[in-house]
Design a binder for this molecule. Structure first.
Ligand code: CDV
Length: 304
């Protein structure tokens, strides 16, 4: 089996609050068709790809909140994306808001899935690092209520085999934490797929607003290099309901080099032929975990 996989990043421009699932899915299918022309094997979309980034609004009404969630996937609204991907022979990765009804006990997660070329779900990940706050903070120009609307994923970082290699997923804020990549790399991950919604304005430290693009690539490139893995990072970008979201979606080689990057803040596809054997350039050498890691010394990480 070939170890070359053409991975695409399907950046989405802003999604309005009033935009329906069908309208969003049509946009996603349009990008999928562009990716097919480029020979893409696996197409990656952003975090919470099916709706606007709703944690920016405070909502008390659960029925209103649930409009942004999926109770099951695939469902009739999302099925056209699964059908088109299967017909074109392309795998998918996308984020969505997941609502679980466990015998009347409702839990909500910020979730992402990888779908194989045959339409089966290969991997599911629930966001571990939930940023923001749980209560309404009216002083902010916009809310970031992930801590209110989602439970943190307790399954942690895991891997799945597919597309000739080992894949893992993380979501947005996870990309800033080195443990994310290392947990996956220690399980053999060769590709990390990450969707994000990152406002340019960070109300707690606005003096860092001009560094948002830099910090985005800084942590993604470090994660790729320090773990010898491909990283595919995909934005929801542009001015969404008055909130500016950064773009610069990119594909990063295990050397830490950006090999493809979007140029717009709108719907846009980029891709790159990722040779999974290139992970060895780093993992058999400078970051040979077996030879050089010293977990017995990292006691603050390994002992609670
Ligand atoms: N969606 C996110 O997780 N956004 C965060 C912001 C709030 C800092 C991020 O890390 O990009």
């Amino acid at each position: 089996m070939s170890r070359m996989v053409i991975i695409g990043a399907a950046q989405l421009g802003p999604i309005a609050r009033a935009e329906t699932r069908s309208e969003v899915i049509s946009r996603m299918v349009r990008l999928l068709r562009q990716a097919a022309e480029l020979g893409v094997d696996l197409l990656v979309y952003p975090e919470l790809a099916l709706t606007t980034f709703f944690p920016r609004w405070y909502m008390e009404d659960e029925a209103e909140l649930d409009l942004f969630f999926e109770a099951a996937l695939p469902n009739p609204a999302v099925q056209p994306l699964f059908d088109a991907a299967r017909a074109l022979g392309i795998g998918l990765c996308f984020g969505y808001a997941e609502r679980v009804d466990d015998g009347g006990n409702i839990r909500r997660y910020n979730t992402s899935i990888i779908v194989g070329k045959d339409g089966t779900i290969l991997h599911k990940y629930r966001k571990v690092h939930l940023p923001g706050h749980a209560e309404h903070e009216p002083w902010r120009p916009f809310q970031h209520l992930e801590k209110r609307y989602f439970s943190p994923g307790m399954e942690g970082f895991s891997v799945a085999s597919g597309f000739g290699g080992m894949l893992s997923q993380a979501i947005c804020n996870d990309r800033r934490w080195p443990e994310t990549y290392r947990e996956a790399a220690l399980q053999g991950a060769e590709v990390m797929l990450i969707g994000y919604n990152t406002p340019r304005h960070y109300p707690l430290a606005p003096e860092h607003d001009h560094l948002q693009d830099f910090h985005n690539h800084l942590c993604l490139q470090a994660g790729a290099y320090q773990n010898g893995m491909w990283v595919v990072a995909v934005a929801k970008a542009g001015c969404e309901e008055g909130c500016d979201l950064i773009g610069e979606s990119c594909i990063i080689a295990p050397t830490g080099e950006i090999v493809a990057q979007t140029k717009t803040l709108a719907d846009e596809v980029i891709c790159y032929p990722c040779d999974l054997d290139r992970c060895g350039e780093i993992r058999k050498n400078i970051f040979n975990f077996k030879l050089h890691r010293r977990p017995e010394i990292y006691t603050h990480l390994t002992i609670r």
